[in-house]
Design a binder for this molecule. Sequence first.
Ligand code: GDP
Ligand code: MG
Length: 166
Amino acid sequence: RCGFVAIVGRPNVGKSTLMNHLIGQKISITSKKAQTTRHRVNGIYTEPNAQFVFVDTPGFQTYHKGALNEALNNSVKDSLANVDCVLFVLEAMRLSAADREVIALLPKKTPVILVLNKLDKAKDRLLLSAFIEEARAEFPFTDVEVVSAKHGQRLGELLDKVRPHL
Ligand code: GDP
Ligand code: MG
């Protein structure tokens, strides 16, 4: 099994931290899937029977700088639609206009997993489950996982939810 996994979200939610902790080892890509030329591969996590290829989305950073136009928008949507799974990262207990702008670009036919990061900052379980409900109302997410990228918490559980989509 080998699949492409895009990590998206507004700046500062912890995408880079998550990426770094998910990638246990960096080795060259063995897949000949078409996406290889389409996406910028950031790192690969290899298990005996599975390879998770984490990718950046072309144009996404520019999008955040405000240089948004229809072509760019379509290019981001095209990229997101051509991975096997999308990780949409939110910072626990924060759902802003910037997050909603990214949600608007999420693909409809590709599994999108909601990743609530910075679990360490959200101690109140009731508030956290209310927040999860609020976030789930924004988009038909395939699945949800709560993690702390910085502290490496629940990343195995997250990979368990991605693996079936590879
Ligand atoms: P990006 O812009 O989405 O790539 O976010 P970064 O990975 O650069 O992280 C932004 C900030 O959030 C940094 O200061 C990280 O140390 C911090 N951060 C990331 N993950 C966590 C986490 O799980 N808990 C806490 N408390 N901070 C985090
Ligand atoms: Mg980053």
